[in-house]
Design a protein around this ligand. Structure first.
Ligand SMILES: [Zn+2]
Length: 342
């Protein structure tokens, strides 16, 4: 079985974006603020938006199941207040849940959180509870920078985040560390802000003792871990200077990396540097990089090919990356699959 742990609903019907634009207009002029119930999207529209896009590509490329969360760049936690984020997260998560019910063999949900800059992260807990317990979601996306590129939240090791971690441990779910759109023109959203955030989150964990407080907490750092694998020697050296344990003991019982790296040399490096038990298959399609690589003739985000061709990996390693590690890091996914005899 091939499990893609990183997919977003980037192809949602246009009505969703229209509703969001009305909501944003409503921040300035409350008389035009739409109600959640004003958004009408039929099951047929949802089916079309998936069957002709993500599901079509999954079938073509040979993956079976995608962990599916709302479109990351649309989370835009920096817009409006907690109420705005809360309504928006509720709508987006519900759509992913409906997709998972329409295509139960192919999609299972991961929740977006109703974060808002300067608002206590514990306000996200009711949405987490709902998504995991009622919708059967198996994880969450946690934004370390709800400001959208200004980085004025405390680091992930700060105690203000702890209520979320306590809930994650209680529910036995991991978080993908995932920022949203950049509203800072210095940082391109998917080319700079995402990768910066991956690297920054990794470093925040390295400098702290977060996993001493939460030995069972699990973070999935996407986009191949940003700069972390490429600069592994720098991070090992910095940890040594700070008298931290070896990274394998300090971080690798809690931090995992996905394979959203869009060329063969990048995957070769990732799988050479990072232990295979810490690498999970993902493509993040249909996402930031949708084109065809003229050097290979295949889509950049067809990452399954790179894992199949990576010289460091045995057949057993590939099975871990494609399936085993995802079942271990997302125990609720494993339980859901086993309940279906898979
Ligand atoms: Zn993503």
């Amino acid at each position: 079985m091939i499990i893609d742990v990183h997919g977003h609903y980037t192809t949602a019907p246009k009505a969703l974006e229209d509703w969001r634009n009305r909501q944003i207009a409503g921040i300035k002029d409350p008389s035009v603020m739409p109600k959640a119930s004003d958004l009408k999207i039929s099951d047929d529209e949802l089916r079309d938006s998936i069957a002709n896009n993500q599901l079509k590509q999954m079938k073509e490329r040979g993956s079976d199941l995608t962990l599916f969360s709302p479109r990351a760049s649309f989370m835009a936690h920096h817009i409006g207040d907690f109420e705005v984020s809360s309504t928006w997260a509720g709508i987006c998560n519900e759509l992913c849940w409906r997709v998972s019910k329409l295509f139960p063999d192919n999609f299972i949900g991961v929740a977006m959180l109703p974060q808002s800059p300067g608002v206590d992260p514990k306000t996200c807990i009711p949405e987490i509870e709902k998504c995991i317990k009622q919708y059967g979601f198996v994880g969450i996306n946690l934004n370390p920078d709800p400001s959208g590129g200004h980085w004025n939240s405390p680091p992930l090791s700060d105690r203000s985040w702890y209520p979320i971690y306590e809930k994650m441990v209680e529910l036995d779910i991991p978080a993908m560390i995932h920022v949203s759109t950049s509203c800072n023109p210095a940082f391109h959203t998917t080319g700079a802000h995402y990768l910066n955030a991956d690297t920054t989150a990794f470093m925040q964990c390295l400098t702290s003792d977060l996993f001493k407080d939460f030995p069972k907490l699990r973070f999935l750092i996407p986009h191949g871990g940003g700069a972390a694998p490429y600069h592994w020697g720098r991070f090992r050296g910095l940890a040594q200077e700070m008298k931290k344990p070896l990274l394998k003991d300090h971080l690798l019982k809690n931090i995992y990396f996905d394979t959203c790296v869009y060329h063969q040399p990048g995957i070769d490096l990732l799988t050479k540097v990072i232990p295979v038990d810490n690498v999970l298959f993902a493509s993040e399609m249909i996402g930031a990089v949708r084109g065809i690589d003229p050097e290979t003739g295949f889509h950049y985000d067809d990452t399954k090919r790179y894992i199949e061709a990576a010289p460091m990996l045995s057949a057993e390693d590939r099975k871990k990356i494609f399936e085993g590690n995802a079942r271990r890091v997302f125990p609720r996914l494993d339980a859901a699959l086993k309940a279906r005899g898979k």
